[in-house]
Design a protein. Structure first.
Length: 286
């Protein structure tokens, strides 16, 4: 059994760790509320805009629209891995990395696969063995639609100039604080919505169709990327809050066990001292 000083030192160390994890949990809980409200408010608009685009994408013609819907033979693939800049959030980042590498191996074996990282963890872990053409970790310093739009424009340019035949987003979709769903979305080319003859929407375009498409497609793609980053941002805080909650509970349990061990060791030491005193007194009496 460890001596009393060692046990006391461990109790102090575990207590300090527990205070840190508890503080991190509260910080993440505060940030989660704001991030959750943002993604919840954004989803209906983003989903409706995407649905609208997919609904009439099958009828898109002309140079403006077709350059985003052209299904070329897939030879070069770009995967956008959206992670966080920091750790201590459970399996949040590792799930994304594993999924990206699994996609490369299982779905795109024999094809050229490159990556773009949004988050330092993706850059650090994927960049060790694979080609990361650019990193946009700084977006979390000022998460805004305009900053996400700049990344989306880069992706659209890489697709339209023929550098890549397919671009996919991989991120954690926020469900609740305890659940994040690893999600893959095809960014480009745009996937038309499958419709029956009874559900085909009949749109009246005002102004002309080409002008609407020219504005709607880039805006929809920028919104899609921003929504994915927002989803990942909310998921990160949810995952970190959950991880820190579990860490705090584990630290509390370990501290209680150490206190019990300390009290048992202290009781044993006191008992030994009493026995020595009694034994010494008896020896003097004899």
């Amino acid at each position: 059994m460890a001596n009393l000083k060692e046990i006391r030192n461990r109790i102090v160390s575990v207590s300090s760790t527990m205070q840190i994890t508890s503080a991190m949990k509260m910080v993440s809980a505060a940030k989660l509320k704001k991030a959750q409200d943002a993604i919840t408010a954004m989803r209906p608009y983003a989903n409706k805009l995407s649905e609208l685009l997919q609904n009439f994408s099958g009828s898109i013609d002309g140079e403006t629209g077709s350059k985003y819907t052209d299904n070329r033979e897939v030879k070069n693939v770009l995967i956008v891995a959206i992670t966080s800049n920091r750790g201590l959030c459970g399996a949040f980042n590792s799930n994304i990395i594993k999924h990206c590498l699994s996609m490369q191996k299982d779905h795109y074996d024999g094809k050229q696969v490159d990556f773009i990282s949004i988050g330092k963890k993706a850059q650090d872990l994927i960049g060790k063995k694979h080609n990361v053409i650019s990193d946009h970790s700084q977006i979390y310093d000022a998460l805004s639609f305009n900053n996400a739009a700049d990344i989306a424009e880069e992706l659209m340019q890489l697709y339209t100039d023929g550098s890549y035949d397919k671009i996919e987003l991989v991120y954690n979709k926020f469900k609740n604080a305890a659940t994040q769903i690893v999600t893959t979305e095809q960014f480009l080319p745009i996937v038309p919505m499958e419709q029956s003859s009874n559900t085909t929407a009949d749109y009246i375009f005002e102004p002309e169709k080409a002008a609407i498409v020219e504005q709607l497609i880039p805006k929809s793609l920028k919104t899609q990327l921003f929504k994915a980053i927002r989803d990942s941002f909310a998921s990160e805080h949810g995952a970190r809050m959950t991880a820190m909650h579990k860490a705090t509970d584990n630290a509390t349990e370990l501290r209680d066990q150490l206190k019990l061990t300390y009290n048992q060791a202290r009781q044993a030491a006191i008992t030994n001292e009493i026995l020595e005193i009694v034994g010494g007194a008896e020896a003097l009496n004899n």
